[in-house]
Design a protein around this ligand. Structure first.
Ligand SMILES: Nc1nc2c(c(=O)[nH]1)N[C@H]1C(S)=C(S)[C@@H](COP(=O)(O)OP(=O)(O)OC[C@H]3O[C@@H](n4cnc5c(N)ncnc54)[C@H](O)[C@@H]3O)O[C@H]1N2
Ligand code: MOO
Length: 421
């Protein structure tokens, strides 16, 4: 049984700062073919390898003419010959040799045999209706910058500079270690009595892949200190970031933090929010290890709190959480048991006393439905129900509500900063 008297309880922000400070990522950079680079992040500026257009080009579907013929207005074109005095020129194609100006086809009558033209509007200047050499890009121009995500449009712009592959940050490799004697993989014929189905690896995989990482699943590790150490050590040897799951609390079989303490440096054992109170952070052999609690809901959103900033750092992105101002439609329901506020309450034996008291700021994580109103404003409605209930799964944002009698209590109509999930 472990000694819980020395828990390092720090805030979410201090935990993230501690993790970021302890990590000395040397970003890995690799060349990626553009057609396989969607969603990847550029590690270097990309400069054009060509000048475009590389000849004088027609801007619209037109006829090409010589400006010299129009200096005094529209000339008599009755004796004009196609190919000598004019020629068809279409959008985006090179101007025919010897022609410098274009008139859109709507201002021209073309004879049935397409050899003669009558012009109804004169061009305004030499080169009118054309695009100059280099007007789209010049060799050496920056087409996209380090840190840009490669969207389809960015990829297409880069490709138009005659580039087929780019230097992108390698996907951070995220090892996930589920722990627990009671866990069995999903899909077995039946769940043996007393066992539980392992589902957090799916949550981690989905988020890691959506956030631009490579998921490295580990087998379920029993609640055995030595096996946990072996799994963490081997994960740290091959991954950029390790997520260690469950065994984070105070049970007789909860070994995770104790073992991290033995083989690495603990940054945080408990944080200042619930759910997710038992999140932890450590560094083992130079690799950051994020410990998340077992119950799936807390495990899910704490990945956003602690894993995402590290992945973003690795990918050259800001590790700051994405928050947006929203108008609250109603006050949050009264604080739940995770609020950390006690006020002299006498507890029954089965009730967990709050661990964040005596002036420690504590936050209860509340789920929100953020919607766009007909007027185009963003409105947030607190999602009722226990964290992890079906209703809260579809919540698209969250808010860290400070608990305690003197904490600010946002009311209906207040603007709060919601965090997108
Ligand atoms: N006396 C106290 N008991 C508990 C406290 C406390 O402060 N005092 N905290 C509670 C809170 S809050 C949480 S959260 C949990 C933390 O539990 P652990 O992280 O130690 O996780 P386990 O005990 O191993 O498992 C809890 C629960 O989660 C299920 N689980 C675990 N891993 C997975 C997975 N990969 N996929 C799906 N489900 C998983 C596990 O089977 C258990 O049902 O402790 C409370 N207790
Ligand atoms: O660690 Mo628990 O997730 O606070 O609910």
């Amino acid at each position: 049984m472990r000694d819980h008297s020395n828990h390092i309880q720090i805030s979410r922000e201090e935990t993230v700062a501690g993790l970021l400070e302890a990590c000395h990522f040397t970003p890995r950079i690799e060349m990626v073919r553009l057609d396989q680079a969607f969603g990847r992040v550029l590690a270097k500026d990309v400069t054009a390898r060509c000048t475009m257009p590389n000849v004088l080009t027609c801007r619209m579907d037109s006829i090409a003419v010589r400006w010299a013929d129009f200096e005094n207005g529209i000339p008599d074109t009755s004796s004009w010959v196609r190919g000598r005095n004019w020629q068809f020129a279409n959008t985006g194609t090179a101007m025919p040799e010897g022609f410098d100006t274009a008139i859109v086809i709507e201002h021209v009558s073309v004879s049935a045999d397409e050899q003669h033209v009558k012009v109804h509007a004169a061009p305004s200047a030499q080169f009118a209706g054309t695009s100059a050499v280099g007007s789209k890009m010049k060799r050496g121009d920056i087409l996209a910058q380090a840190g840009d995500t490669i969207t389809p449009d960015v990829a297409a712009r880069i490709a138009s500079g005659n580039i087929a592959s780019v230097a992108a940050y390698a996907k951070p490799r995220i090892a996930f270690i589920p722990t627990g004697n009671e866990l069995v993989p999903a899909g077995s014929a039946e769940v043996p009595l007393g066992k539980n189905v392992e589902s957090n690896s799916l949550v981690v995989r989905g988020k890691v892949e959506a956030w631009g990482g490579e998921f490295m699943p580990f087998d379920i590790v029993p609640d055995n200190p030595q096996l946990i150490i072996e799994a963490v050590k081997s994960a740290c040897a091959c991954a950029d970031i390790v997520v260690l799951n469950a065994g984070s609390s105070k049970g007789s079989e909860d070994w995770s933090v104790e073992q991290l303490e033995e083989i690495g440096t603990i940054i945080c054992h408990q944080t200042n929010h619930g759910p997710g109170h038992h999140s932890s952070a450590a560094v083992v052999d130079g690799t950051p290890v994020v410990g998340i609690s077992g119950p799936p809901f807390g495990a899910s959103f704490t990945l956003g709190f602690y894993l995402l900033p590290l992945m973003n750092l690795f990918l050259g992105q800001s590790p700051e959480p994405r928050k947006i101002p929203v108008r609250l439609t109603k006050a949050f329901p009264a604080a739940g048991p995770m609020s950390g506020y006690s006020a002299g309450k006498v507890y029954a034996g089965e009730e967990r006393p709050p661990e964040a008291v005596d002036g420690t700021q504590f936050f209860s994580v509340r789920m929100l439905d953020v919607n766009l109103t007909d007027e185009g404003a963003l409105e947030a409605t607190p999602v009722p129900g226990r964290p992890g209930s079906a209703a809260t799964l579809s919540a698209n944002a969250l808010f860290m509500l400070e608990s305690g009698l003197n904490a600010p209590k946002p009311e209906a109509g207040d603007i709060i900063w919601a965090e997108l999930r």
